[in-house]
Design a protein around this ligand. Structure first.
Ligand SMILES: Cc1cc2nc3c(=O)[nH]c(=O)nc-3n(C[C@H](O)[C@H](O)[C@H](O)COP(=O)(O)OP(=O)(O)OC[C@H]3O[C@@H](n4cnc5c(N)ncnc54)[C@H](O)[C@@H]3O)c2cc1C
Ligand code: FES
Ligand code: FES
Length: 487
């Protein structure tokens, strides 16, 4: 096996002697690339943002911004990384340094004061600069779409980057001023070539090993042979465990590039989403095909996190405040579980068994998530959190209703944050089904919905607030839909 290595700013560098748990952030800084900063070490600030080359959605390769503080460097064996230092050109060859267009705009529009956050903003901004279909989504110029610039720049690309001193207006000005890459731009040209292949990795230092198997069968065999091994995909939960809770494991098995976990297929009676598809990939590949998912994505963490986070990881971590379970419960999704003996399909409503516990057996992986078709036409996802973006839910409610001739034929409601597990609101569903979609029905069902689950008081919200928000959520859905249903 070839020694583990990573290409940083065009230069191949051995990963050794880094430990298997060493993050990309620490690896870069130890090699003098100190533009990549540590702010929080838990994915919240974006000071550590770097670009990685990944399989593209519309072109062979996309430049994708990720949180370097969460990803183990061993996970990038054979991959290509660009840091803020690698964006400017010329300086290393002895000539004057030419700023990258994104750096230039940040400089001339006053987008940087102390500069601590700036390299991270630059990398997130550069990834959006290189997004192939960026210009197709431009604001029409009348300001009706405040989240997109006239150049198509999607401000959500910066939703994971925090700045404490400049203020966001000059940063937005810079983002909305960037043009399109020139034909001789090397990073733009790189998008037309194949992405770096995933590399089978076995990286051991002292008594810990990072393994990247090449196939699902190999991964399942490894998990059977090494029952204590920890599975990682995008590492957005795992990276926090490593940095903040100092988790160190003897064996980590990466599943994020397994081809069998990376499919996304729309069949006649269901949609199958590979567990290792990132949320950004699902969002872009489905392109609104599942409106409830399309409503979820912008509210899930930040673009930086969504660029790595997977559905398998969100279900695998089993948090009662995870955002995808309520949505997938309302969609009546099931999970396909695989182990060395074969596969089984489990309805998501039967998957969670207790706080962060599930029916998943040791050695079993989530291979995919299946969403049955057709979809219910009336859907909504309400995430109640303290901030609009990049925050964890206090309560999350997802609705999927069939309303025909003014009557609720079918109701599915998924809840997060009101019990030890994500749950279906079965009693509230029954209070709606077969009844007219009227204010009276909704008022009665609201009382039922408010009594669902066993919410707790914690630092995010009180139990009373959580119950009250359940009711508000149904009233909001009614307000949102009455016009559409009666039309
Ligand atoms: C700053 C920040 C903001 C966040 N915001 C949100 C948010 O708004 N909403 C939300 O729901 N979550 C949020 N999260 C949590 C996290 O991003 C999600 O849970 C994400 O989906 C995890 O996916 P991952 O691929 O990164 O998982 P990883 O960290 O790689 O793994 C998480 C767990 O899942 C297991 N796992 C991974 N893949 C599989 C598989 N295929 N089969 C079985 N087990 C598997 C792993 O063993 C591990 O226990 C946030 C995290 C951070 C750091
Ligand atoms: S250091 Fe804050 S997101 Fe990585
Ligand atoms: S420029 Fe100081 S934190 Fe952003």
């Amino acid at each position: 096996m070839v020694a583990a290595r990573i290409t940083v700013n065009g230069k191949e560098t051995p990963i050794s002697p880094a430990a298997p748990h060493t993050t990309v952030l620490d690896f870069l800084r130890e090699r003098g690339l100190t533009g990549t900063k540590e702010g929080c070490a838990e994915g919240e600030c974006g000071a550590c943002s770097v670009m990685v080359a990944r399989p593209g959605v519309n072109r062979p390769t996309d430049w994708v911004a990720v949180n370097a503080c969460l990803v183990p460097v061993a996970a990038l064996d054979g991959q290509e990384v660009i840091t803020s230092e690698g964006l400017a050109t010329g300086g290393s060859s002895g000539g004057p340094t030419a700023l990258h267009p994104v750096q230039e705009e940040m400089a001339v529009r006053g987008g940087s004061q102390c500069g601590y956050c700036t390299p991270g903003f630059i990398c997130s901004m550069a990834a959006e600069y290189y997004r192939p279909d960026r210009c197709a989504h431009a604001d029409p110029g009348d300001g009706t779409d405040p989240e997109h610039g006239p150049n198509g720049f999607d401000l959500h690309a910066l939703s994971g980057n925090l700045c404490r001193c400049t203020g966001y207006r000059p940063i937005r000005d810079a983002a909305f001023a960037v043009g399109t890459p020139t034909e001789d731009d090397a990073l733009a040209q790189r998008r037309e070539q194949s992405p770096p292949e995933p590399v089978a990795t076995e990286y051991t230092r002292e008594d810990s090993t990072f393994l990247r198997p090449g196939t699902l069968a190999e991964a399942l065999r490894l998990l059977r042979e090494r029952p204590g091994a920890v599975v990682v995909a995008g590492s957005t939960d795992w990276g926090v465990e490593v940095n903040i809770r100092a988790r160190r494991e003897k064996c980590v098995v990466a599943v994020d590039r397994l081809p069998e976990l990376r499919a996304l297929r729309v069949e006649s009676d269901h949609i199958e989403i590979g567990a290792a598809q990132t949320l950004t990939e699902i969002e872009r590949r489905l392109d609104g095909r599942v409106p409830l998912l399309a409503e979820l994505f912008p509210q899930f963490a930040s673009r930086l996190i969504r660029n790595s986070a997977t559905l398998g990881g969100n279900l695998g971590t089993g948090s009662p405040i995870g955002d995808s379970p309520p949505v997938l419960l309302a969609l009546e999704a099931s999970v396909v579980l695989a182990d060395a003996d074969g596969e089984r399909e489990v309805p998501l409503s039967d998957y969670f068994t207790g706080y962060r516990q599930s029916v998943r057996r040791p050695g079993e992986l989530i291979r995919s998530v299946r969403i049955p078709l057709p979809l219910s036409p009336v859907t909504a996802f309400h995430k109640i959190a303290k901030r609009r973006f990049d925050d964890i839910s206090s309560v999350a409610v997802a609705f999927a209703l069939d309303i025909e001739d003014g009557t609720v034929r079918r109701a599915r409601i998924g809840l997060g944050g009101v019990a030890a597990t994500p749950v279906r609101a079965l009693a509230a569903e029954a209070a709606l089904e077969g009844r007219p979609w009227t204010a009276e029905t909704v008022a009665a069902a609201t009382r039922v919905l408010q009594s669902q689950g066993t919410p707790m008081d914690d630092h995010r919200a009180s139990a009373r607030y959580r119950s009250a928000m359940l009711g508000q959520s149904l009233l909001k859905l009614y307000a949102q839909t009455t016009e559409a249903v009666s039309a």
